[in-house]
Design a binder for this molecule. Structure first.
Ligand code: NDP
Ligand code: 2IT
Length: 448
């Protein structure tokens, strides 16, 4: 019964959203895992919940004009997908990357609905961004692009409406320029953006939250086997915000981090990237905006491989923290063959469906992104709470809240998987948990 409903909806989605491949992929992964829940609760079909949940409430596409340093006029495309506000104001990051298109925005917005539901806080799902490439741009170009982007976006957002934050290519610097422009146009100093600087309304630990949260989630997964991180060899992909703070927390917990990467290649440091080396990487990436290959100039005992990824490096635990579909089936098989038995996704949808099947079949500890990387948006939720009250919580307090939230997300996902007959399958547990919360809210609020 439910299978038929899922297949029917999936067919319509592919037909109505042509060429949005990442969106199809994200929806299919979720709908397939919902089968036992839909079988048990046929009312969701009656209320057409799948059809409603997969249709964004609002999609905004806009022109972003700006002038480069040569005086040339340039045009990019901006997006904001306000997907679902059943359980709170729209909430989700902004991505600046040349690959950004509507299908990618919709996959990310859809994932965000269920992720935000898992955090236990009151946030709906959204995503936005632009097909703009920050690489090689001057300080002035970054500022005027962010200002132009916000000159349209401002009218769609607000602390009780839609609250954007960072994602790939958007960090504190970009959020600063965007907040400045938002304030100038609206004459409002409020919590319409999260990930702000500490001096003007940002939360402690927001930059660290996704990476730290991912490691806290992975720590809970290890606990189910009576293990801890001390002495474990870990590989990480990416070298941006999420990768850096995943590395930092793993090092603090006594693990050995042996890789980082970017879209050009991967570095492998068999001796381990310790706190000092990581501080050097943070300076390279965040201040000098360099490339990860430069690591081997500073630390010649490490190796750099061009156009390669970390998934063939022997490890106990893997943390994909760069981008979608970065682990393919062959990579998943390599990981398992070389002894990896924990994968925690800092990135959104980094594993292809075939790779996920490899992990599930091997029964390793596999933490899907919408559970494992929910710490970032969870601390964004805490930033919203602080902004609403004009108060500021300490680093220790936010960290203890983050640890509690990640444990709760883990335990809820674990219990839900058990309840629906898939013990240890966090995909089933996370998807069903998030879905039930949002679906019930939609039914209670009527046909809107
Ligand atoms: P950053 O921009 O800080 O870093 C992104 C990193 O990923 C860079 O090293 C970048 O390399 C690499 N990367 C990006 N695109 C590609 C690509 N197409 N192929 C290979 N490598 C790529 O972004 P974040 O760290 O914030 O985000 C990383 C992931 O985490 C994304 O999937 C994001 O959606 C997810 N995420 C982020 C959250 C946050 O709070 N920031 C919260 C939850 C999830 P290069 O420099 O070569 O582009
Ligand atoms: O994918 C994500 O969860 C984010 N980029 C963070 C979103 C947020 O609103 O903090």
């Amino acid at each position: 019964m439910a299978k038929e409903y899922i297949n029917r909806v999936m067919e319509i989605i592919v037909q109505r959203n042509p060429r949005e491949y990442e969106f199809h992929q994200a929806v299919k992964e979720v709908l397939d895992s919902l089968e036992p829940a839909l079988d048990r609760h046929p009312c969701y079909e009656k209320y057409k919940i799948l059809e409603r949940l997969t249709e964004p409430e609002r999609v905004i596409v806009f022109r972003v004009p700006w002038v480069d340093d040569n005086g040339e006029y340039r045009v990019n495309r901006g997006f904001r997908v306000e997907f679902n506000c059943a359980i709170g104001p729209y909430k989700g990051g902004l991505r600046f990357h040349p690959s950004v298109n509507l299908g990618i925005m919709k996959f990310l917005g859809f994932e965000q609905i269920l992720k935000n539901a898992l955090t236990t806080l009151y946030m709906g799902g959204a995503k936005g961004g632009a097909d703009f490439d920050p690489k090689g741009k001057s300080e002035r170009e970054m500022m005027i692009f962010c200002q132009s982007f916000m000159t349209e976006l401002y009218r769609h957002i607000g602390p009780a409406t839609d609250v954007p934050a960072g994602d790939i290519g958007v960090g504190r610097r970009e959020l600063g320029y965007m907040f400045g422009q938002y304030k100038r146009i609206t004459n409002q100093f409020n919590g319409a953006l999260t990930g702000k600087s500490l001096n003007w309304g940002g939360s402690q630990l927001r930059p660290e939250a996704t990476g730290y949260g991912c490691v806290y989630f992975a720590r809970e997964m290890l606990k189910t086997r009576g293990e801890e991180f001390k002495g474990k060899t870990c590989v990480i992909s990416g070298a941006g915000n999420v990768s850096q703070f995943t590395a930092e927390k793993l090092i603090q917990l006594g693990a050995k981090v042996v890789s980082l990467s970017d879209s050009n290649g991967v570095i492998h440091d068999p001796a381990g990237i310790d706190a000092e080396k990581l501080a050097w990487v943070m300076d390279l990436k965040n201040k000098r905006r360099g490339r990860i290959r430069e690591y081997t100039e500073k630390y010649p005992n490490a190796a750099y491989r061009e156009k390669a990824n970390p998934w063939d490096i022997p490890c106990d635990c893997a943390f994909p923290c760069a981008t979608q579909n970065e682990i393919e089936e062959i990579d998943a098989k390599n990981l398992i063959k070389n002894g990896c038995y924990l994968v925690a996704e800092g990135a959104n949808m980094p594993s292809t469906p075939a790779a996920i099947r490899v992990f599930q079949k091997a029964k390793i500890l596999y933490g899907p992104g919408k559970a494992a990387n929910a710490g970032g948006v969870a601390v964004s939720g805490l930033e919203m709470a602080q902004n609403a009250q004009f108060i500021h919580w300490s680093r220790e307090y936010v960290d203890s809240k983050l640890q509690d939230l990640m444990k709760e997300i883990h335990d809820n996902s674990w219990r839900r998987a058990e309840e629906y007959g898939s013990v240890g399958d966090y995909v089933v547990g996370a998807n069903i948990s998030g879905f039930l919360k949002v679906a019930d809210a939609m039914i209670e609020q009527g046909l809107v």
